[in-house]
Every structure is written in structure tokens, then in C-alpha cells.
Design a protein around this ligand. Structure first.
Ligand SMILES: C[S@@+](CC[C@H](N)C(=O)[O-])C[C@H]1O[C@@H](n2cnc3c(N)ncnc32)[C@H](O)[C@@H]1O
Length: 246
């Protein structure tokens, strides 16, 4: 535990360690979080989401190009850089996180990870406008895409399909309205759009399939302690034949 106001409480971390299938990874990520950004988010779903992403990336990551979309302030880029991956983060939040005011940080904001770890490149940009010169082996995004209007979400999915190399992996976690499959429809306290336009977990899966992704795994976790959201998990593949037409 640290004195950071946003650090998860020890009893919550213990409770979540008993709920994730990957308690060792959770502890590794929590240690790294406290040593880098200064806190592991006191938002219990993250204790399921981060280990789930890391567990999908258990192979040899040396030299693999990985993109964290809507990275905010989170420990995974540091953990993945330790495993030898070449990490890029992208976030367009208007607040740039000041290393001198770490006690004010939470998961939201633009953090220049490269200031802490030169192995990580960080871009302050809207992902929908991002047009990288090189493709990525893995793209992941934790609790971001559900906060976007449906039109922007679909343009992100088109970007995922274009920017992943053939055979590349896409990992998404999304907040859901508890007890339902509705995509969470608020962003920093504001409603994003009418729920009917915003869509459901199945809407997202359909959009991914339409863009050419093969869906390898989905899951929904409910009744997460002290959480106002349920969480959906999606692992997709860009097959070798996808022409990225979304
Ligand atoms: C709920 S936070 C999640 C942060 C982080 N992924 C985590 O694990 O906690 C959502 C982040 O997505 C970023 N974001 C929202 N819309 C974006 C966009 N269009 N392009 C890039 N980043 C965006 C926000 O600025 C914010 O930092």
C-alpha cells in the first residue's frame, strides 16, 4: 500500500486477488504500479482487467510492437516494457499529468510515459486521427471504447483493423451497465448519447466481426465488489486475409 489517495485499499486488493484467475499477475502489476505511477487504481475492475490483458501476452514479447489506446495513467506499459515489448501509448486527455503532482493523478489524463521509461513512446493525440507508419502486433485498450460515441467507436475499430499486422491480437475491456449488456454510456460524468444509439456488448462484437476480426474469446464479469459497472472482455484476431476495409 502507498499513501497515494487513489491507491487500492489492501482489503480490496486481497478480495480481487481471490476473484481474478491470475492473482500472481495482479500482485506483480500492483507492485509495478506503486513503484512507477505511485498507485494501483482504487477501481476494483482494474484488478480483473490488467491481469487479464497481461495473461493474454504471456509469450515472448521481445521486440513486439504493442499499442495501448487511451492509456491514461496505468501500469501495464511499464510491465510490458520490462518483458521487452516496444510500447506506444496514445491519449488525448486535456490534462497532462505533472510528475511533480503525482498525488493528484488518477487513471484519466495524458501521461508521457517516456519521461519515466525511455522504452515507452507516448503520443498526445486522438486515436481516431492516428495514422502510424508501422503496424502493431498487439493493440489493447482498457475501459475506453465504451466511453466514445458509436460513430467514433466504429472509426477506432477501422483503425484497429488497419493498424494491426496480419495475425495481430486485439484486446478490449469495456464497462457495462450492471446487470445488463448495455455499453456504459457516460464519460467523465456526462452522458455520451442516447443508450439506443450507444449499443450493447453484442453491437461491439458485431462491429468487430464486420471489420474482419475473428473473436477468439469473450467474457462478462458481474457483481464485482464495490463496482458500479460490470466488465466485458474481448480478444480478437486479425486473420491473415483481412483487407481492413472497415
Ligand atoms: C477510463 S480512462 C482509462 C485509462 C486507462 N486505459 C486505464 O487502464 O485506466 C479513459 C482514457 O481514454 C482516453 N481517451 C478518451 N477518448 C480518447 C480518444 N478519442 N483518443 C485517445 N484517448 C482517448 C481518456 O483521455 C482517458 O485517459
Amino acid at each position: 500500500m502507498t499513501s497515494h489517495p487513489r491507491d487500492i485499499l489492501p482489503h480490496d486488493l486481497e478480495a480481487m486477488a481471490s476473484l481474478t484467475p491470475y492473482p500472481q499477475l495482479l500482485r506483480e502489476i500492483a507492485d509495478k504500479a506503486r513503484r512507477t505511477i505511485g498507485f494501483f487504481p482504487a477501481h476494483n475492475p482494474r484488478a480483473l482487467e490488467y491481469p487479464w490483458v497481461l495473461a493474454r501476452l504471456s509469450g515472448d514479447l521481445r521486440g513486439r510492437r504493442i499499442l495501448d489506446v487511451g492509456a491514461g495513467v496505468n501500469p501495464l506499459p511499464f510491465v510490458l516494457a520490462d518483458r521487452g515489448a516496444r510500447i506506444t501509448t496514445i491519449d488525448n486527455h486535456p490534462v497532462t499529468r505533472d510528475p511533480g503532482a503525482r498525488e493528484q493523478w488518477n487513471e484519466w489524463g495524458f501521461l508521457d510515459y517516456g519521461k519515466f521509461d525511455p522504452r515507452i513512446a507516448s503520443l498526445w493525440a486522438a486515436y481516431e486521427d492516428y495514422d502510424p507508419a508501422e503496424g502493431f502486433d498487439v493493440i489493447y485498450s482498457i475501459s475506453v471504447i465504451e466511453h466514445l460515441p458509436a460513430g467514433v467507436r466504429r472509426s477506432w475499430i477501422g483503425n484497429f483493423a488497419r493498424q494491426l499486422t496480419s495475425g495481430g491480437m486485439l484486446l478490449l475491456t469495456v464497462d457495462l451497465v450492471p446487470g445488463t449488456n448495455a455499453l456504459w454510456n457516460r464519460s467523465e460524468g456526462q452522458e455520451v448519447e442516447p443508450q439506443q444509439m450507444h449499443g450493447e456488448f453484442a453491437t461491439l462484437l458485431g462491429e468487430l466481426r464486420k471489420a474482419g476480426f475473428e473473436i477468439g474469446f469473450t467474457d462478462i464479469r458481474r457483481a464485482i465488489p464495490d463496482s458500479r459497472v460490470d466488465v466485458g472482455f474481448v480478444m480478437g484476431w486479425k486473420p491473415n486475409s483481412v483487407s481492413a476495409s472497415a
